[in-house]
Design a protein around this ligand. Structure first.
Ligand code: PGA
Length: 264
């Protein structure tokens, strides 16, 4: 039995004070399934991580980061290591998000700025290994662009991303990961992947994981909201969600989490 997981990716939103205000409202007033059968993770921007971990102390909710660097310390201007995240109280970290892998789907950026966003399958692999060595939970994002989907390349792209990201990991390590299927065309667009197709791709991911597949949690992400969460999370191969926009508000995020609840 895989424990569902819902992670809120706040992206470049919320100051430390806004994060604390969110947590107070979320923890204080949000009605969650009892007992809450899902693991809930909030992923604030780096600067709001310490305030968020403090505010969540004593609750069942955990904090994750949105990226990391794979070397423990050194002359790597601007970077934050997995060890630093662990020391700040993080439990998890997103890696390979399409917004860090390549140009943001929704932002026109000149070709000359692309190096800034150039996360590759190889760097994703290094980040996963450093997170695992620090005992942190990697949330690996994979997914195809609209052009790749229209060219019939969805499964091949995801297979390449998985093979690159998981290179050198043991079956037991792969079992502990969380993988989020996030079609790039569905992120922040309001165009959710329909349930059977999202489930089909998550099933393909599970098959690609081989012996680890039955244990690994696989999420769907891309315009998940209070209205569509339950249908998506009820699919057999979808173990919860990675949620962007709908995680910014305690009420809508609470309703998304309710989507994992299968009781009365
Ligand atoms: P969205 O973002 O829910 O706003 O589409 C999801 C994500 O990027 O993880």
């Amino acid at each position: 039995m895989r424990t569902p997981i819902v992670a809120g990716n706040w992206k470049m939103n919320k100051s430390a004070a806004e994060a604390v205000a969110f947590v107070q409202e979320f923890v204080g007033s949000i009605k969650l399934p009892e007992p809450c059968n899902a693991e809930i993770i909030l992923c604030p921007p780096y600067l709001a991580i310490p305030a968020s971990t403090d505010a969540l102390t004593g609750t069942n909710f955990a904090v994750g980061a949105q990226d990391c660097f794979w070397t423990e310390r050194g002359a790597f201007t601007s970077q934050i290591s997995a060890k630093m995240l662990r020391n700040a109280g993080c439990h998890a970290c997103i890696v390979g998000h399409s917004e860090t892998r390549g140009k943001f789907g929704k932002l026109e950026v000149p070709e000359s700025t692309l190096g800034f966003f150039a996360e590759t399958d190889e760097t994703v692999n290094l980040k996963i290994k450093s997170l695992l060595s620090e005992g942190l939970l990697p949330i690996l994002c994979v997914g195809e662009t609209l052009a790749e989907r229209e060219a019939g390349k969805t499964d091949a792209i995801i297979q390449r991303q998985l093979r690159g990201a998981l290179e050198g990991l043991t079956i037991d390590q792969v079992k502990t990961l969380v993988i989020a299927y996030e079609p790039v065309w569905a992120i922040g667009t309001g165009k959710t992947c329909d349930c059977p197709e999202a489930n089909r791709v998550c099933g393909q991911i599970r098959a690609e994981l081989g012996l680890a597949g039955a244990a690994t949690r696989i999420l769907y992400g891309g315009s998940v909201n209070a209205e569509n969460a339950r249908a998506l999370f009820s699919e057999p191969d979808i173990d919860g969600g990675l949620v962007g926009g709908a995680s910014l508000n305690p009420d809508s995020f609470g309703k998304v989490i309710w989507g994992t609840w299968t009781g009365d």
